[in-house]
Design a protein around this ligand. Structure first.
Ligand SMILES: Nc1nc2c(c(=O)[nH]1)N(C=O)[C@@H](CNc1ccc(C(=O)N[C@@H](CCC(=O)O)C(=O)O)cc1)CN2
Ligand SMILES: Nc1ncnc2c1ncn2[C@@H]1O[C@H](COP(=O)(O)OP(=O)(O)OP(=O)(O)O)[C@@H](O)[C@H]1O
Length: 224
């Protein structure tokens, strides 16, 4: 009978574990690490980074000149978007904010200021105005996406709800070509993010330290 030494057993197990670890489980492992790193940030770190992030984002011509931008209200240790939302609104940009639907798809409503945000499920803050429907995002010239990481191809790792996968699929189907910009901390721009067939790349990432550009926009609205 074949008898395995403990080291050969360990090796076989390693190979087996490697084989069953598909992109999905790689994604959840990476999510865990990145969320743990965010938890190390103090409230002061988060506030300082938010001010820098707003400044960097407003340097993007795609945002400075946009009539409508789809954004989101940051919560917890996410890169802060509140200063950016107010700056966009102050320059008369129409800002759309997501409203999470029970199936994790996103509805949208106009941002009418900090006093018009209400606590919603999962620790989120959502606009209290008229719901415009999931297709309202198609009116945006730029979409700011939450995420946990992005790589040099522009492949984005999200929280895993699939909400923004659906937004990106909807945009691809409609053929609108908004600037797709993920907001991250600098350490979250990484070598490689595990990608599945449904994932769509983003054009750029903004961090408190600067702007990273990945893919060119190809449609009539883009430079290419
Ligand atoms: N600020 C913000 N708004 C957003 C998103 C986001 O990532 N950030 N979303 C992106 O798709 C959508 C909401 N999707 C979400 C999907 C999962 C969880 C979530 O896992 N929440 C944890 C608790 C929060 C935490 O500490 O991480 C939970 O429910 O256990 C939250 C929102 C739309 N709005
Ligand atoms: N177009 C789509 N319509 C419906 N479900 C989808 C779509 N695209 C992806 N999904 C599902 O969403 C789930 C989460 O996908 P994934 O792990 O790629 O999320 P993510 O991109 O990290 O998160 P998010 O999109 O919320 O930022 C998966 O179960 C996937 O099958």
């Amino acid at each position: 009978m074949l008898r395995l030494t403990s080291s050969s057993y360990r090796r076989i197990r390693e190979v087996y574990v490697q084989a069953i670890s598909d992109e999905k489980s790689e994604k959840s492992g990476l999510r865990g690490e990145l969320l743990a790193t965010r938890r190390l940030l103090s409230p002061t770190d988060v506030l300082g980074a938010a001010a820098d992030l707003a400044r960097q984002a407003l340097l993007l011509p795609e945002l400075a000149g946009a009539a409508t931008v789809a954004a989101y209200v940051s919560v917890g240790r996410e890169p802060g978007t509140r200063a950016l939302l107010d700056a966009l609104r102050a320059q008369d940009t129409r800002v759309l904010l997501p409203v999470l639907l029970p199936d994790n798809d996103l509805d949208w409503a106009v941002y009418e200021g900090p006093g018009r945000l209400l606590p919603a499920g999962r620790g989120l803050l959502e606009p209290d105005g008229e719901r415009l429907g999931p297709d309202a995002v198609l009116s945006a010239e730029a979409v700011l996406l939450p995420g946990l990481a992005v790589d040099g191809r522009g492949m984005r790792l999200g929280r895993g709800g699939g909400s923004y996968d659906r937004v990106l699929a909807r945009i691809a189907t409609a053929g609108t070509d908004p600037a797709l910009v993920v907001l991250l901390y600098a350490n979250e721009v990484v070598e490689q993010v595990p990608a599945e067939p449904h994932d769509h790349p983003v054009h750029a990432a903004v961090t408190p330290q600067g702007v990273h550009r990945f893919t060119e926009r190809t449609g009539p609205g883009g430079p290419g």
